[in-house]
Design a protein. Structure first.
Length: 146
């Protein structure tokens, strides 16, 4: 990693720490620290019961930085674990509340639903479009967390 890349990564981590501090204070969460994981870490983030959060900043495939909204979504997921150390209904509700607070503060800006649909629906040939048109329509649900 070059010195410039290291400075860029350090700046990104400082920004994420500040946003974590703001959200943790707003919800009275016992946040202790936010650190980066290894670039090859399998998980996007992890949280310890003592308030230590680790987040992977870079893509395992490309090595480039993940989108900031993705980092904030991971951060909110890990912050939610500071109150609910499980993935049950109370965790999901609190995670959504944190995401909404991050969105209201301008920290979390997910792609628009139209952009998500365009990115997720592969273009099909005529036969596939005919089959798709005859299939019953169900709204797609994105995973709440990963």
């Amino acid at each position: 990693m070059t010195a410039a890349e290291r400075r860029e990564e350090d700046a990104l981590l400082r920004r994420l720490r500040e946003d974590a501090r703001l959200l943790a204070e707003a919800f009275a969460l016992p946040l202790r620290s936010v650190a980066r994981t290894r670039r090859d870490a399998r998980l996007y983030g992890s949280c310890d019961a003592d308030g230590r959060i680790r987040i992977r900043l870079r893509s395992r495939v490309t090595g480039g930085f993940l989108k900031y909204s993705s980092l904030v979504a991971t951060l909110c997921h890990e912050l939610a674990h500071l109150r609910h150390f499980h993935h049950g209904p109370s965790f999901v509700l609190f995670y959504r509340e944190l995401l909404e607070a991050a969105r209201a503060r301008g920290l979390y800006r997910p792609a628009s639903p139209a952009a998500l649909r365009a990115a997720q629906v592969p273009r099909a040939g005529p036969l596939r479009e005919d089959l798709a048109a005859s299939a019953p329509r169900r709204p797609r649900q994105l995973p709440l967390f990963w």
